[in-house]
Design a binder for this molecule. Structure first.
Ligand code: ADP
Ligand code: MG
Length: 219
């Protein structure tokens, strides 16, 4: 069975595809990985993948797509033996799809920019999390701080408020606000392959933290 990581967030533009594509590139370096694009017709992960395969073809990274939650469940079943990791890039809104991702995933990641609007939007996710809990008792969904500006007081204050008030745990590793992330997305690359050492280190630390969380889970 592959390890399944779902990236969810009800707000658009939060950094789901950025996280999904970078993690897919990271894990596919060592193990067969499938990147699932569930945000169609937007298809950011699909476009990234097409670019990447044209420049840097790899048999270790495959793309799958799903237009709705039933298709996702069916397609995920088809990939239980040919991959070590499934990375699911989720859609904004669509509670049914988000719920299915929560149920399927070993770990769900919620990219969150340190802005009030994004933090408020996680309330919807709590509702979906509750529904998913009716199907699976141990849904593990954690926040990943992204576009984080460590030097601003607003970011720090919002982060502290969330840690006190929200029910989600957060990962220790954070992604900063860096041009390297948008450049990598536009080039079909990961930031680990780019030339910003800060972005590279952040992504590597995040992927390693995720790897450790997955390794600790009973199967
Ligand atoms: N850490 C970051 N630093 C700078 N820009 C980012 C970062 N994360 C995402 N972006 C940019 O923000 C935009 C939205 O990100 P994306 O991953 O496509 O969001 P989503 O998939 O949630 O809609 C993209 O242009 C992306 O390059
Ligand atoms: Mg996206």
């Amino acid at each position: 069975m592959p390890r399944i990581v779902g990236i969810i967030q009800t707000k658009g533009g939060a950094g789901r595809s950025t996280l999904a594509t970078n993690l897919a590139a990271h894990f596919s370096l060592k193990q067969p990985t499938i990147l699932f694009d569930c945000d169609l017709p937007q298809g950011t992960s699909s476009s990234w993948y097409a670019l990447r395969q044209a420049e840097l073809p790899s048999k270790n990274l495959l793309l799958a797509t799903a237009h709705n939650h039933l298709e996702l469940i069916q397609r995920a079943k088809e990939h239980t033996t040919d991959s070590s990791y499934l990375i699911i890039d989720g859609p904004p809104r669509l509670a049914e799809m988000t719920r299915a991702i929560m149920i399927l995933s070993d770990l769900c990641l919620i990219p969150l920019g340190a802005s009030a609007a994004e933090i408020w939007s996680t309330t919807d996710l709590l509702r979906t999390l509750e529904e998913a809990g009716n199907y699976k008792s141990d849904v593990d969904a954690r926040l990943v701080w992204t576009r984080f500006r460590a030097q601003t007081r607003e970011a720090q204050e919002l982060k502290d408020a969330v840690q006190k008030g929200l029910k989600f745990r957060d990962l220790q590793s954070r992604l900063g606000y860096r041009v390297a992330f948008s450049e990598a997305l536009a080039r079909g690359q990961s930031v680990e392959e780019g030339n910003d050492p800060n972005a590279r280190t952040e992504m590597l630390e995040l992927a390693e933290e995720i790897g450790r969380i997955l390794a600790e889970k009973k199967r």
